[in-house]
Design a protein around this ligand. Structure first.
Ligand code: SAM
Length: 240
């Protein structure tokens, strides 16, 4: 059953900043592979990025690198770099995929020169950070052409706490996945950092929890390299 609403609270407790990150350090919960073959959303994201024909790509919050590995198979002619806060995942990914992965967090973004990568992307990473402004600002700064985000988005921002389901006359609240934050990526990237949004596509990957809130957002920061990702525009949106 699909929720009729997602309950979001704001403001966010400052203690969540460290907590949200720490749950990932040493966490074993995510397998290095996709569980049962490449899911449509991952292919959609990878095809959208491949269609931009980047020569260098950063995935921030790459886990073991399964998205980078998929992207590399579609577009081998690029330099790939992954960064993740979880040392366990990075070690697994280096062995499994032979990718250039490193253990770090948003502090690493601050240290990188501007325009370091043609494309930077994230998949469900910023939606686990309570305050997105700083990492997004640096992701925009260090990407030369595009920032691609596949993240939770909703019409209110804050910590997602519950889904509301309706059965007949009765509404029921069910808690959602921990440390899930809804941000307004267009407000951040367009209004604050002057980017242009070239694609904003809803792509639900399930009905439970917050999975129906995922969107693919593509930003460019240069009018002279404005390009719309082909895959994102022409593909159908398969609802799980
Ligand atoms: C939901 S998982 C998504 C992983 C990967 N993007 C994928 O789609 O397979 C979130 C990832 O973000 C990483 N992460 C969370 N907070 C981070 C931070 N502050 N800096 C770097 N990585 C972070 C976690 O370790 C985890 O691998």
């Amino acid at each position: 059953m699909r929720p009729i609403d997602t309950i979001v609270t704001n403001p966010i407790d400052d203690r969540e900043v460290g907590e949200a990150k720490n749950v990932y350090v040493g966490a074993e919960e995510q397998t290095p592979d996709y569980d049962s073959g490449v899911p449509p959303y991952a292919r959609f994201v990878a095809e959208a990025i491949a269609s931009l024909k980047p020569s260098s790509v950063l995935e921030f919050g790459c886990n073991a690198g399964r998205n980078l590995d998929l992207l590399r198979s579609l577009h081998p002619a690029a330099r790939y770099q992954g960064v993740d806060v979880n040392p366990l995942s990075v070690e697994r990914g280096k062995k499994r995929y032979g990718l250039d992965l490193m253990v770090s967090d948003e502090a690493w973004l601050r240290s990188q020169p501007s325009d370091s990568f043609d494309v930077a992307f994230t998949v469900s990473v910023i939606d686990h950070l309570p305050y997105p402004e700083e990492p997004l600002r640096h992701l925009v700064r260090i990407s030369r052409h595009n920032l691609v985000l596949f993240e939770l988005a909703h019409d209110r921002v804050g910590l997602a706490t519950h889904n509301m389901y309706q059965t007949g006359d009765e509404a029921k609240l069910v808690p959602v996945y921990r440390n899930s934050y809804i941000h307004d990526y267009r407000h951040e990237c367009e209004k604050k950092f002057g980017c242009i949004c070239t694609a904003d596509i809803r792509f639900p990957i399930g009905t439970d929890n917050l999975l129906d809130l995922y969107r693919l957002l593509v930003f460019t920061k240069r009018w002279d390299s404005y390009s719309v990702p082909q895959a994102a525009v022409f593909k159908m949106n398969p609802i799980a």
